[in-house]
Write a protein that binds this ligand. Structure first.
Ligand SMILES: [Ca+2]
Ligand SMILES: [Ca+2]
Ligand SMILES: [Ca+2]
Ligand SMILES: [Ca+2]
Length: 306
């Protein structure tokens, strides 16, 4: 679950700042839902463009969360949002023309979309509760996200223009967050603490047949991303004592650890050709974007805190 993952990243980040003897002005945490507080990390939340040529990510290098894009080899990094509020969780539209993200620039979390060059910003949610974690449907027509508007975090769906917002999970007894659409558009994966422990769930895109995939996994499981062929789901989990990237079949079988690193690794994002997974890791002392082959080999860093 993002809250705990980011908390660990912050501890490492704060320790590294103290070590360097550099003073750091604390950013007001984003008041996300279900503890999805997006507290400053250096670089995180990678998301590949549909043509595989670019990666969008969240960076705090300018003092608050911004949406950045870069070439998939790490070159050409640029800030698209340039705003003193928090921006995070970028998600490219299936046609590659737009990027959805969350921002609290109006005082609470909202889902925004913008052109992929940063122009044409539109607030889609426009309500007083926190909305976050957008995921575009593969046909580009809908966006799923999580919202705290009914007093607990639930998964919602809306048209890509913000109309017809509806609650999909309808589970007022627990938090449900971080939705992720399957490539065929029929299913949505998400995370929920309804069984007393954060687990990965799956449901039909209309909210029916909600099922637990990581049943009884110790530790926190969350942050799902489907493989482009729809056969596997990657996610992050603390089950082995620190955050690692895992992979499993969409029925929950054959869960395997891809990162096996004593530092925290999380936020996996599959490349559109299915060959690579981008993720964030603090293995060099602060959070940076890494990529690896989809079998966990060839892990290397793309970003470097300036
Ligand atoms: Ca900002
Ligand atoms: Ca809102
Ligand atoms: Ca769990
Ligand atoms: Ca690890």
């Amino acid at each position: 679950m993002k809250k705990y993952f980011i908390l660990l990243l912050v501890i490492v980040f704060a320790a590294s700042i103290l070590f360097m003897g550099i003073s750091c002005t604390e950013e007001k945490p984003y008041e996300g839902q279900a503890g999805l507080a997006d507290i400053p990390v250096d670089e995180g939340d990678p998301f590949w463009s549909p043509d595989g040529k670019m990666i969008a990510f969240t960076s705090h290098r300018d003092g608050n969360g911004e949406i950045y894009i870069m070439n998939a080899d790490g070159t050409g990094q640029s800030n698209l949002t340039n705003n003193l509020a928090h921006e995070g969780d970028p998600f490219w539209s299936p046609d590659g023309k737009m990027i959805a993200f969350e921002s609290n620039r109006d005082g609470n979390g909202e889902i925004y979309i913008m052109n992929a060059d940063g122009t044409g910003l539109i607030n889609l949610t426009g309500n007083l509760a926190d909305d976050g974690n957008p995921s575009w449907s593969p046909d580009g027509k809908m966006i799923t996200f999580n919202s705290h508007r009914e007093g607990i975090t639930e998964i919602y769906i809306m048209n890509a223009d913000g109309t017809e917002q509806a609650n999909l999970t309808n589970n007022p007894g627990a938090d449900d967050s971080d939705p992720s659409w399957s490539p065929d558009g029929k299913m949505i994966a998400f995370e929920s603490n309804r069984d007393g422990n954060w687990e990965i769930y799956i449901m039909n895109a209309d909210g029916t047949e909600q099922a637990n995939l990581t049943n009884n996994s110790p530790g926190v499981d969350g942050t799902t991303f489907w493989s482009p062929d729809g056969e596997m789901i990657t996610f992050n989990s603390t089950r082995d004592g620190n955050w690692e990237i895992y992979i499993m079949n969409v029925d929950g079988t054959e869960q395997a650890n891809l990162t096996n690193n004593p530092a925290d690794d999380g936020f996996p994002s599959w490349s559109p050709d299915g060959k690579m997974i981008a993720f964030q890791s603090v293995r060099d002392g602060n959070s940076e974007i890494y990529i690896m082959n989809a079998d966990g080999t060839g892990q290397r860093k793309l970003t470097q805190l300036q």
